[in-house]
Write a protein that binds this ligand. Structure first.
Ligand SMILES: [Zn+2]
Length: 488
């Protein structure tokens, strides 16, 4: 199992969805087992038994809970469980999976038929995948009608509808008025060059520390941090230049929200872009619950200055983040940034933006997988590092490794470590950011050693035990205490 009893209980108390599918809890007094996201009252610690999968809970004599329904699909692996498939599918649908492709493609991602996927989602979430997608589209459309000056026709497509007629009909059916009637009730606006959307979060949020982390690692040409604002150029489909554009994000001072500006050229990809930004800025976290735990830890408090609202920087693009992690091995953050910029300039698609600092999309795994070692070593990385990068690009391009939240963390870490040149440090760091795993830990990290004044990996791991299952957040506190000057 990934977590021990104590950490499992901490995970249970917060109901953080990142632990869904990773652990199951059996309650000894009722004989029922649940997922960590179950809405039922949290049982007492001494009444809980934890399992890595539903089959193990059933073998121990527990019955599945009728509220959170942790039934198991064929196979014993965590990734096969029905709840895991349903929650991952819901996340993909929220990110626009059913706007860009059909239910067959989505089902194929999980290795099930579209009929099975429909059944599992309906049983787990009470709605069909199509209903889920429709609700997401409507909510986004309502948001855009209220907050943007985009014409209603464009809003239909930006929200993921495939036709204006469908948009009008569904909107009227659910909300009892037409999209244009809703718009008329708002004050008139002048048309803009970009779409503006708000993304809410649970306070507190240490926004400037998040920006500092991203600024230190920003890939020249692709990302930039200016005036408390994060900028990025992107191309959603690597083979389609009309899917290119730019994004910028700033904090709304008066609300617990980020203001996101997206170029009109990217309007049709809005759901997937918003999902990526939520990952990047860790907007789904429950900081109060995490801090209630870590803030009381004496060792952490005496080692690092406390920053309330410190978030775990995620990844906008999992492969880009992993590439940077490989480039950063044994060199400074600044040097890795320079090399990443050179590789991007040579291999990535150009993108036009209003920001003179941004002119490139991220390098795609598919492009880099075609490169030879000599194509990369001329940018200042060693032959070993170039081989590692190409192997990583191949694994991602071929779909053998997926670097996104919701995948099996343990299996992905193991698979990454089989690639030449990827060790524990890099695999854990990728898990922490690209997979958004809250309990990653870099016990061999120089910064961690320095912060803790310890060199023995065993003792460092021992100290970090009390931070589970939030070791990734504890690590951010340690790094911040050092001024973030460490590698990566
Ligand atoms: Zn339950």
């Amino acid at each position: 199992m990934l977590l021990d009893h104590k950490s499992c209980y901490e995970a249970l108390v917060t109901r953080d969805p990142r632990f869904d599918g990773v652990l199951y809890v059996g309650v000894t007094t009722t004989g029922v087992y649940c997922r960590p996201v179950c809405p039922a009252r949290t049982p007492r610690r001494d009444r809980c038994r934890f399992f890595a999968n539903a089959a193990a809970a059933e073998n121990a004599g527990f019955r599945p809970c009728l509220r959170c329904r942790p039934e198991l699909a064929p196979g014993a692996a965590v990734i096969d469980s029905a709840s895991r498939i349903a929650s991952s599918a819901a996340r993909r649908i929220e990110a626009g999976a059913l706007n860009e492709a059909g239910i067959d493609e989505l089902a194929a991602e999980f290795g099930v038929s579209s009929r099975q996927l429909r059944r599992v989602v309906k049983r787990e979430l009470g709605v069909t995948p199509t209903e889920l997608a429709q609700t997401q589209r409507l909510l986004l459309a309502k948001h855009l009608l209220t907050d943007s000056a985009l014409p209603a026709v464009e809003i239909a497509f930006a929200s993921g509808f495939s036709s204006v007629r469908q948009f009008n009909a569904l909107f009227r059916e659910r909300y009892g008025l037409s999209p244009t009637a809703l718009r008329r009730s708002q004050s008139p606006r002048t048309p803009e060059q970009a779409l503006t959307v708000r993304l809410g979060f649970r306070p507190p949020m240490a926004w400037s520390l998040m920006l500092k982390f991203l600024a230190d690692r920003a890939i020249p040409g692709v990302e930039s941090v200016e005036d408390n604002r994060y900028w990025r150029a992107t191309q959603v489909c690597q083979d389609r230049s009309q899917s290119a554009g730019w994004i910028n994000v700033e904090r709304v001072e008066s609300a617990n929200a980020l203001r996101v500006e997206v170029s009109l050229s990217l309007a049709r990809y809005l759901p997937s872009l918003l999902a990526r930004l939520k990952n990047l800025f860790d907007l789904d976290a429950h900081p109060q619950l995490i801090e209630a735990r870590l803030g009381e830890d004496e060792k952490l408090r005496e080692t690092a200055p406390w920053h309330s609202g410190l978030r775990l920087p995620g990844a906008f693009d999992g492969f880009e983040m992993a590439m940077r992690a490989v480039l950063g091995q044994q060199i400074s953050v600044a040097a890795a940034r320079t090399i990443a910029g050179r590789i991007t300039e040579a291999f990535a698609e150009p993108v036009e933006t209003p920001n003179p600092k941004l002119n490139r999309a991220s390098v795609s795994a598919a492009t880099l997988s075609q490169a030879g070692v000599a194509d990369l070593t001329r940018f200042g990385l060693t032959g070993k590092r170039a081989e590692c990068l190409i192997a990583l690009a191949r694994a991602v391009a071929e779909g053998e490794v997926k670097l996104e939240p919701g995948v099996d963390v343990e299996a992905t870490i193991e698979r990454l470590k089989q690639l030449p040149g990827i060790g524990e440090w890099t695999a854990q760091y990728i898990a922490m950011r690209a997979l958004r795993w809250p309990d990653a830990f870099l016990h061999s990290d120089l910064g961690v050693r320095k912060a803790l004044g310890e060199t023995s990996p065993k003792r460092i791991l021992g100290i970090a035990e009390s931070w589970r299952p939030w070791r990734s957040y504890a690590l951010m506190h340690l790094w911040n205490g050092l001024g973030q000057t460490q590698k990566q």
